[in-house]
Structures are given as structure tokens and as C-alpha cells.
Ligand binder design. Structure first.
Ligand code: HEC
Length: 283
């Protein structure tokens, strides 16, 4: 393990440091960020078709892609989709359902999450919206890192497959601040290893860390939730963020902490125009 991390650190030091940021400018400019971010990935990985970035590590590694094509005939997340569908249709004790909490009864809407809520001034992720829906209907919230939440989001993602991410950053100072905070969180180094999210997902996509191939930050949210053979089950977005923080030996935040929601907002905005690919499976 120690050796692995020394290799990784060496890799980081050698990696050319051109973070995909827009030209220095104090003003928050999501559109300029978007362009710089997209240009970085499409230039660095010029052979990867744009829509393929949503397939995470498979877009980076031909060998892994073959294994994926073999398992995708019997996708290991099918069980979660089926379970989520059933849960979604089952009324709460008060007779209402999840569908009553969402636009279009919750079908085909995953591409619009997370969004900025102008009532509360905060970012609402799909996971948070599901638990708020439960609480508003007198039900206890689910754990953000366990199977129930993974099943519900797997089903919702499944009904949205192929729809294009369409995250809005309204011209509201609170929305801009949330975006900026998410971006800051993404590029800030932390943990004993002093890595930022970008150290792995911007500077090293396609490189190996242990047996895993690092996914590119472009489209990195598109496949959530994800079945991982290593986990022997499904993982929510929350579970992934906690795991990624632990991998740098940083103390993870509480799931759905504001910083986590903001970084998801930032990354999903960067995925605008790319298709939802979740739920997905990883080795
Ligand atoms: C030490 C390297 C490392 C750092 C730092 C790191 N991650 Fe990861 N991340 C991984 C690995 C390994 C995986 C699993 C393989 C993969 O899909 O990239 C992963 C997967 C992910 C995925 C799922 C991608 C997919 O398609 O399977 C997301 C989303 C993600 N990371 C977000 C983040 C965010 C946000 C941060 C910063 C808080 C972060 N990561 C920091 C190593 C890292």
C-alpha cells in the first residue's frame, strides 16, 4: 500500500500541471470554466468520443472495456433497479408515493439533479430530495450509503438513461457561491496524502491505483449509483465521495454535507450535455 502511494505521488509530481481552469478572473464564470474543463479533457483524451466519458474508467482502458461488455449482458445492478422500482411504487403509510414529491412523478428527471433551490438557497441532490420526500411524508430517512438509497436512485437513473444533463446555475449570488464552493472543494488538497479530487480525476484518468483505473472528472457523475464488484453491491454518490476522501487518508465529511452537495453540483454542471449512463457497474 505504501509503495503504491509513493508511485502515485511520483506520478502526481511528474504530471504536467495544467488544471482546466478558466483564465484568472475574480468573477464567478461557470460558462468559461465549462469551456476550459471540456477543452482540457477533449484535447488530453482526443481519441475518446465525447459521450463515452460518461463510462468512466471504461472510456480510458480497452482491456477493462472488454470485461465490461462481457458483464453487461447480465448487469449486476438489475436487482437494484427492480427493487427500486418496487419501492418507488409502494405507497408510504399516508398513501402518498415518491412520485408525488417530484416533477413528472419522478420518471426521467435524474439529469436535472442536483439543482439550486431558491427557497432554501441550497443545493438539492437526488439523494437529499428522496430523504426529504420520506420525511415530509412521515417516514424515517434512509442511510445515504446503503442499499435502499442506492436502489431508489438506480431506478430513477435507469428511467433517465440517455437524457442529457441540464444543470442550471441561476443568476442568484447563493447559487453562484455554491458553485464556487464546489469548485474550490474539487481543487483543494487534503488528507495525509495531500491530494485533491483533481489530483486523481483530472491529472491521472486512465492511470491505475491498486487494481482500479481512474475515471476522468468529465462525466464522472453520470453513472451513479454504481455496482462495484469490490463492494459486492451498490454504492450511492454519497458512498463514493466518502470512499474517495478516505483514499487520500482524509477524514470524510458526513454524507450530504454542503461541501459534498456543492462538489456534485460543480461536477454535474461540467457534465451538461452528456447523457445519463447510470446505474453502472465497475470491476
Ligand atoms: C487517491 C485518488 C482519488 C482521489 C483523490 C479521489 N478519488 Fe474519486 N475515485 C478514485 C477511485 C480509485 C475510484 C474508482 C475508480 C474510478 O471509477 O475512478 C474513484 C471513483 C470516483 C467516482 C465514480 C466514478 C465512476 O465512474 O466509477 C466519483 C464520482 C468520484 N470518484 C469523485 C471524486 C471526488 C468528488 C473526489 C474529491 C472529493 C475524488 N473522487 C477524489 C480515486 C480518487
Amino acid at each position: 500500500m505504501r509503495r503504491l502511494y509513493s508511485i502515485l505521488i511520483a506520478m502526481m509530481l511528474l504530471a504536467p500541471a495544467h488544471p482546466p481552469r478558466a483564465a484568472a478572473d475574480d468573477a464567478v464564470n461557470p460558462d468559461a470554466d465549462f469551456k476550459a474543463f471540456r477543452d482540457y479533457f477533449t484535447k488530453t483524451f482526443a481519441k475518446v468520443p465525447l459521450d463515452d466519458f460518461v463510462n468512466g474508467p471504461y472510456s480510458m482502458d480497452a482491456e477493462l472495456r472488454k470485461q465490461w461488455q462481457a458483464i453487461d449482458d447480465f448487469p449486476p445492478y438489475d436487482f437494484a433497479v427492480e427493487r427500486g422500482k418496487e419501492m418507488f411504487a409502494t405507497p408510504f403509510k399516508n398513501g402518498k408515493t415518491y412520485g408525488d414529491c417530484f416533477a413528472n412523478k419522478g420518471i426521467g428527471i435524474r439529469q436535472n439533479y442536483p439543482y439550486f433551490d431558491d427557497n432554501s438557497g441550497e443545493i438539492i441532490t437526488l439523494e437529499l430530495a428522496l430523504n426529504r420526500c420520506r420525511e415530509a411524508n412521515g417516514e424515517a430517512p434512509y442511510s445515504y450509503v446503503k442499499d435502499e438509497m442506492a436502489s431508489l436512485t438506480a431506478y430513477m437513473a435507469f428511467t433517465s438513461r440517455g437524457k442529457l444533463f441540464d444543470i442550471k446555475i441561476p443568476n442568484d449570488p447563493r447559487a453562484r457561491a455554491a458553485y464556487e464552493n464546489g469548485k474550490r472543494y474539487f481543487y483543494t488538497r487534503r488528507g495525509q496524502l495531500n491530494f485533491s479530487c483533481a489530483s486523481c480525476h483530472v491529472q491521472n484518468p486512465g492511470n491505475h491505483i491498486r487494481t482500479e483505473v481512474l475515471a476522468p472528472a468529465l462525466g464522472i457523475v453520470a453513472g451513479m449509483p454504481i455496482y462495484r464488484s469490490e463492494w459486492n453491491g451498490m454504492g450511492t454518490m454519497s458512498r463514493r465521495l466518502v470512499t474517495c476522501n478516505s483514499q487520500t487518508r482524509a477524514v470524510p465529511l458526513t454524507p450530504q454535507d454542503e461541501d459534498y452537495r456543492d462538489v456534485e453540483y460543480y461536477l454535474t454542471f461540467m457534465a451538461n450535455g452528456l447523457p445519463v449512463s447510470g446505474p453502472a457497474a465497475r470491476p
